[in-house]
Design a protein around this ligand. Sequence first.
Ligand SMILES: [Zn+2]
Length: 136
Amino acid sequence: MSGEAPFTIEQFYRFVSEKKLMGAKCNECGKILLPPRPICPKCLSRNLSWVQLKNRGKLLTYTIIHVAPERFQSMAPYALGIIELEEGVRLLGVIQGVRHEDLRVGMSLEVDFDTNVPASPAWPPWPRYFFKLRRE
Ligand SMILES: [Zn+2]
């Protein structure tokens, strides 16, 4: 598809840096690919479009990270979770602002964007999004 940004994880992070949660949608079968890929794994079509996803989902599973990679160690212990977005796709991320003892599978979370991360010359940077409690 000419005119579309490439369907790569790097492009996904570029959208995140613009505070947009984007997935690739297959124009043939409707499947949403997250992380994006250049070919639909369901029907093998390359006819894809970027679509903006709603920033809302439910917590499917989580784990508390005590021993983190060195550059994240200052955050430890932190909660790493997988949420299922309303579109049915899953996203991995850090959960912020929720006490670990209050975490529950099935709880409503929303995706927010971290604007305090300095621009990094290395690409891709740490994903600048996180999950937080959804305020109804
Ligand atoms: Zn498809």
